[in-house]
Design a protein around this ligand. Structure first.
Ligand SMILES: CC(C)(COP(=O)(O)OP(=O)(O)OC[C@H]1O[C@@H](n2cnc3c(N)ncnc32)[C@H](O)[C@@H]1OP(=O)(O)O)[C@@H](O)C(=O)NCCC(=O)NCCS
Length: 183
C-alpha cells in the first residue's frame, strides 16, 4: 500500500462551523506521520470502553514511534474529526489475505451521528479493489451497539465464536457481505 493511498480525505458536509459554532465531522485516512493522532485516540478508546477491545500485545501504551509507524505497513487508520476534536477512530488490518475492521470507537459526545459508519465505510473503500479476500470484524459480546452498527453496514454473522483468553467472554465474527445498499 502506498502512503499516498492514505491521504485522500472524505468530507461529511461543510468544514466551516455552523451558526452555533459546531464543527461538522470529517472522516479521513491517516498518514504514518500522523501516528500521534492514532495513538491518542486509541488510548482514549481504551480508557472509555475497555470491555470492547482487546489490547494488542505488547499493549499500545508501551509502543514506540517506530511501532506506531509500523502499524501502517499492515493496515489503514481512519479518524473522524470535528474541528480540532477527534470524534472517532477505526482501523482496517490487512496483514494476510483477509482484512479485519478493528479498533472502532466513537467519542461518547459524537455517538449516533454516523461517525463509526462513515469510518468503516471509508476503510472498506480504502482497501485496494484488486485485493482478494473477505472483510471480517470480531465483536466482543455482548455489544448490541456494535452488532447493530455492523449489520447496518452489510456485515452478517458467520456464527464463528472464540473465547477470550482468561476471561469468561467470547467474541463473535461477522463478515462483510458486499451489500452496500444501506450505505
Ligand atoms: C459501537 C460504536 C462504535 C457506534 O458508534 P456510532 O458512531 O455511535 O455509530 P453510528 O452513529 O455510525 O451508528 C450507525 C448505526 O449503528 C447502530 N447503533 C449504533 N449505536 C447503537 C446503540 N447504542 N444501540 C443500538 N444500535 C446502535 C444503529 O443502527 C445506528 O444507526 P441509527 O443511529 O440510524 O439507528 C460506539 O457506540 C462505540 O464507540 N462504542 C464503544 C466501543 C465499541 O464498542 N466499539 C466496537 C468494537 S467491535
Amino acid at each position: 500500500m502506498s502512503v499516498a493511498d492514505c491521504w485522500e480525505s472524505v468530507r461529511m458536509g461543510n468544514p466551516e462551523p455552523d451558526d452555533d459554532g459546531h464543527h461538522p465531522v470529517r472522516a479521513r485516512l491517516l498518514a504514518p506521520d500522523e501516528w500521534r493522532l492514532a495513538r491518542d485516540a486509541r488510548q482514549a478508546a481504551l480508557r472509555d470502553s475497555p470491555g470492547a477491545f482487546l489490547p494488542w500485545r505488547p499493549p499500545e501504551s508501551s509502543w514506540t514511534e517506530d511501532r506506531w509507524r509500523e502499524s501502517w505497513r499492515t493496515g489503514l487508520w481512519a479518524v473522524a474529526e470535528a474541528g480540532t476534536r477527534t470524534a472517532g477512530l477505526a482501523r482496517l488490518s490487512m496483514d494476510g489475505v483477509d482484512a479485519y475492521v478493528e479498533s472502532v470507537w466513537t467519542d461518547p459526545g459524537f455517538r449516533r451521528q454516523g461517525v463509526a459508519s462513515t469510518l468503516v465505510r471509508r476503510l472498506i473503500e480504502g482497501k485496494r479493489p484488486a485485493r482478494r479476500g473477505a472483510v471480517y470484524v470480531w465483536v466482543i459480546m455482548p455489544n448490541a451497539a456494535a452488532f447493530s452498527l455492523y449489520e447496518s453496514l452489510g456485515f452478517v454473522p458467520t456464527k464463528v465464536t472464540q473465547p477470550l483468553d482468561g476471561q469468561d467472554r467470547v467474541e463473535e465474527q461477522l463478515r462483510f457481505s458486499g451489500d452496500r445498499s444501506r450505505w
